[in-house]
Design a protein around this ligand. Structure first.
Ligand code: GLC
Length: 474
């Protein structure tokens, strides 16, 4: 009989049910990758729990029934649903606080506070109703952090079976709103913690405090968060816990992101047929309305429009590079100010800059397949996905040495890496890339080195499994 490890995996979003950003990619892939590690000795029964956001798309959803969780004088109704995805049970938690908030993340932090507090606490009750007890509760980011805190505080109350807890950190600065009155209303006590005062009322810090293991989504980010520059005021607290802080790099869905059979591409190619990228470049230039110049370096940015991503540095760098020969495509949505700045850049360089401020997965894939360099000068980057997709598609990343970028891109071998958060450092990195670009053989060896990397989820899942095994309570 294989030994079974039950894992309750909680997230605010997961592909293919609902996806806003990188968290959705991870929560869509990691649970499945973990289940796939099951063998004769071990059975990893990972089950995914998501809020039943109104925008969730799922087939064959069946109601599991209702239960309630106590809140003040009354109870709050929880509606539980179940479906399965490639053999994995997936649960959706519904209820008024989730319906009240139409989007996955609201601009109204009160709505989010209510929604995710409810979700995190209700999800903890689910195992009882499905007769399946988790050995591990695995939360992600602030939205589900209170489940770890709730699990710990409940443990104190009833001494029930103890699940070990893990939290994966995808973005430390987002700690969630003050939830002290909400917690009080659910009768969850605020514990004495060694957190700074301002942090002990926020979901993420409480979840970090309660977890047996903290996982940053790359080894470098795992170290960075222990420093004042990246620690967001929690660095002292995390320093004390550093034995429990780990860094595990995210994988990439290498089936979905495969230039050899990506249906979004005009021409498919692989490491042996790199020359077919040329056709993708021509198609991309044509689609964007750029001149069809095979030898002009085509620079790309595929990114949320956010200061985190350093998009402003890209704008400043391109302005500075007026005199050299290049074309650029910028795809992404987000901060209206940055979107406007991108459009302004296009007005400044109408012949060479094309900006698309929308979400377009197909165009993104064509950009990875047809452009020459991906610019990603992030101020911080817990892991980052675009640079991995880019390398898989033979597009060479130019990145800042932060977090996962530092762990996935090797200077001069698979891409170009710079240190300083300054547009002139980006300019210098682009210039050294352009020098190599002029020598097609040298450039191709960088492209091939990137394409040969193994970014699949299996390695990362194995590290999570080891971690589970090290913290499981017997
Ligand atoms: C967040 C981070 C990004 C990471 C993703 C998935 O979006 O900003 O770096 O890749 O989460 O972990």
């Amino acid at each position: 009989m294989p030994k079974t490890i039950n894992v309750l995996f909680l997230a605010a979003e997961a592909d293919p049910f609902i996806k806003v950003g990188g968290l959705g990619d991870v929560a869509g892939s990691l649970p499945r990758a973990l289940r796939a590690l099951s063998n004769d000795d071990i059975n990893l029964d990972v089950r995914l729990v998501l809020p039943y956001h109104p925008a969730v798309k799922a087939d064959n959803v069946r109601p599991l029934g209702m239960f309630s969780i106590p809140r003040g004088e009354s109870d709050v109704q929880v509606e539980a649903f179940e479906t399965s995805h490639n053999g994995m049970p997936v649960y959706f938690i519904g209820g008024d606080p989730i319906r009240a908030n139409g989007s996955v993340y609201s601009l109204d932090s009160k709505l989010d506070a209510e929604k995710y507090s409810f979700f995190s606490l209700a999800a903890l009750e689910l195992p009882r109703h499905i007769n399946w007890l988790p050995d591990i509760i695995h939360g992600n980011d602030w939205h589900t952090a209170l489940s770890l805190y709730g699990s710990l505080t409940k443990r104190w109350e009833d001494g029930a079976r103890q699940a070990a807890s893990v939290i994966t950190l995808h973005n430390l600065p987002f700690m969630g709103p003050n939830v002290s009155t909400i917690l009080e209303s659910y009768d969850v006590k605020l514990a004495q913690t060694d957190l700074p005062d301002w942090a002990r009322v926020m979901p993420l810090p409480l979840g970090l405090w309660a977890s047996d293991a903290i996982v940053a989504v790359s080894p470098t980010y795992g170290k960075e968060i222990l420093t004042p520059q990246y620690g967001c005021g929690l660095d002292d607290f995390l320093q004390i816990r550093r034995e429990t802080v780990h860094g595990i790099i995210n994988g990439l869905d290498t089936d979905s992101f495969n230039p050899a059979d990506d249906s979004a591409l005009g021409v498919n190619f692989d490491i042996e047929s790199l020359e077919k990228r040329d056709a993708n470049k021509a198609l991309l230039q044509e689609r964007l309305g750029l001149a069809r110049e095979p030898k002009t370096p085509l620079l790309a940015m595929v990114s949320r429009m956010d200061v985190q991503k350093g998009v402003d540095l890209v704008f400043a760098a391109l302005k500075n590079m007026k005199r050299s020969n290049w074309q650029a495509v910028i795809l992404g949505t987000g901060d209206p100010k940055l979107e406007a700045a991108a459009k302004k850049l296009q007005t400044l360089f109408p012949e060479r800059v094309k900006v698309e401020t929308r979400y377009d997965a197909g165009l993104a894939r064509q950009i990875y397949a047809g452009s020459d360099m991906l610019l990603m000068p992030s101020r911080y980057e817990p892991c980052g996905l675009s640079q991995m997709i880019a390398m898989r598609y033979g597009c060479v990343p130019v990145v800042r040495a932060a977090g996962g970028l530092n762990d996935t891109v090797r200077q001069g071998i698979t891409g170009f890496v710079f240190e300083k958060i300054h547009h002139m450092s980006l300019v210098a990195a682009i210039n050294s890339a352009m020098k190599i670009y002029a020598d097609r053989d040298k450039w191709q060896s960088i492209q091939r080195a990137g394409m040969a990397q193994d970014f699949s989820w299996e390695n990362s899942a194995k590290q999570y499994l080891e971690l589970y095994q090290s913290i499981i309570k017997t």
